[in-house]
Design a protein around this ligand. Structure first.
Ligand SMILES: [Zn+2]
Length: 175
C-alpha cells in the first residue's frame, strides 16, 4: 500500500488553475464603498474595486490607532488585499472561511445585518461583493476551506477524514 508521507503540496488548491484571470493593476483612482458597523467601537470596512469592478482591496479601521485590535484589523485587511490582488476569485472562499468566527461582542450594520466578530463583519462585506463577482460563471473555489484550526498547534491544518480530525502539521488526532 502506498502511503504518502510528504505534506508538500497538500494545501495547494488547483481548483482555479487554467482559467484566465485579469491581472491586478495599481489604478490611480479606485471605486469604493465604506460599510459602517456599530459595536463596542465603530468598525469601518472600506472595499475598493479595481479594473472590471473586481474587489481588489479592503481596509479595516476600528478603535484607536496603536491598540492591538486596531493593528490586527489592519493586518487582516492587508493580507486579504494581497490575496484578492493575486486572484479576486478567492473572494467567496475567503468569506466562507471567516463567516462563522465569533467573539465576545456583536457588530451591527444597517445594510448587512448583525455579526459576532470583526472577521465575520468582513465576511459579510466580501459576501456582498462575491454575489456580483462570478457573473454567472461557476465559482472556481467552491465550498469552505477543508482545513480548520488545530486545537493543539493552532495552525489551520486540521483536516477531517472519516470520523476523525487529524492535523497535518503536528500530527494531532481527535481519535
Ligand atoms: Zn496541529
Amino acid at each position: 500500500m502506498f502511503r504518502d508521507t510528504s505534506i508538500i503540496g497538500v494545501l495547494a488548491d488547483y481548483a482555479g488553475e487554467g482559467l484566465p484571470i485579469s491581472a491586478f493593476t495599481d489604478l490611480d483612482e479606485r471605486l469604493g464603498s465604506t460599510f459602517k458597523f456599530k459595536g463596542p467601537s465603530p468598525l469601518y470596512i472600506t472595499a475598493n474595486q479595481g479594473e472590471e469592478g473586481h474587489l481588489r482591496e479592503v481596509f479595516l479601521n476600528t478603535t484607536k490607532s496603536g491598540s492591538t485590535i486596531h493593528g490586527m484589523s489592519e493586518a487582516l485587511g492587508r493580507v486579504i488585499s494581497v490575496t484578492l490582488q493575486h486572484d479576486y476569485r478567492l473572494i467567496g472562499k475567503i468569506a466562507r472561511t471567516l463567516e462563522d468566527i465569533s467573539s465576545d461582542s456583536a457588530w451591527i450594520s444597517g445594510k448587512l445585518g448583525r455579526v459576532y466578530s470583526i472577521p465575520a463583519a468582513l465576511a459579510k462585506v466580501l459576501e456582498f461583493y462575491a454575489k456580483h463577482e462570478t457573473n454567472g460563471d461557476p465559482d472556481p473555489y467552491p465550498g469552505p476551506s477543508p482545513y480548520s484550526a488545530c486545537p493543539f498547534c493552532g495552525k489551520l491544518t486540521l483536516c477531517r477524514s472519516g470520523g476523525c480530525s487529524q492535523c497535518i502539521s503536528c500530527g494531532f488526532s481527535s481519535c
